[in-house]
Write a protein that binds this ligand. Structure first.
Ligand SMILES: Cc1cc2nc3c(=O)[nH]c(=O)nc-3n(C[C@H](O)[C@H](O)[C@H](O)COP(=O)(O)O)c2cc1C
Length: 212
């Protein structure tokens, strides 16, 4: 398949005057914009690609769901024994990328991931639907399994053992990614896109326009 002839014209603009003093305010605005579109909602708006590196420097990426964003960081939940969990235990520098085709917008965060507390993990785990709790407890994420039936049997066994609420698996929980750089990319006409990077300098953010 060759895709050389596929071209897309973008129409957006990000003017300097629209920039907020912290990247949080602009990121929240863009997430809300993505969620507001009539073909979209927060379930679509909160998908982000998490990049980690293995001990050989090989990058890996996968989609995870943003659960909270604040001045302190971005929070997502996963399995600490998963491939990503093993990478982060070895090197907690990660990047997170949002892309919303509807507005031709991308936001790229870099920062350091740290574990949430047991209390935070437990509170979120038990706020999830029973089926999600079962699935999280049954799945040794990223590890090989013989076939799907193994997973289904595990779920059935857990249902019998815990008919109301599943105890949180010790390896399940969240990370907070405290960001140090945040880059906003807005697709614009004739490939003259707008890019601004926020770099943390103490308690303030330095903003620089980058060539597209
Ligand atoms: C739309 C979507 C949302 C996802 N959300 C999560 C999530 O919030 N947490 C998670 O651990 N995996 C999530 N996944 C699965 C991951 O992309 C990935 O397959 C899994 O975490 C294992 O990654 P790893 O083996 O690199 O650790 C999601 C996948 C998709 C496509």
């Amino acid at each position: 398949m060759k895709l050389y002839d596929v071209h897309n014209e973008y129409q957006g603009h990000l003017d300097k005057a629209e920039l907020t003093s912290t990247p949080l305010e602009l990121a929240e605005r863009w997430i809300a914009d993505a969620a507001k579109d009539k073909n979209n909602n927060f379930e679509e708006a909160n998908k982000m690609v998490l990049a980690t590196v293995d001990p050989n420097g090989q990058p890996f990426q996968r989609v995870v769901l943003l659960k909270e964003i604040s001045n302190d960081g971005l929070i997502f939940f996963t399995n600490y024994h998963s491939r990503k969990g093993q990478h982060i235990a070895n090197n907690n520098q990660v990047s997170l990328l949002f892309y919303w085709s509807i507005h031709a917008r991308q936001i790229h965060f870099t920062g350091k991931a740290t574990l949430l507390t047991n209390k935070e993990n437990e509170a979120y785990f038990h706020s999830r639907p029973y089926e999600s709790q079962l699935a999280a407890a049954a799945s040794h994420q990223s590890h090989p399994i013989e076939n799907k039936q193994v997973l289904l049997d595990k779920v059935e066994a857990l249902k019998e053992q815990f008919p109301d609420q599943v105890p949180i698996p010790k390896e399940w929980g969240g990370y907070n990614v405290a960001y140090e750089s945040v880059e906003f990319w807005q697709g614009s006409s004739h490939r003259l896109h707008d890019r601004f990077i926020y770099l943390k300098e103490g308690n303030t953010w330095k903003i620089t326009r980058l060539a597209p």
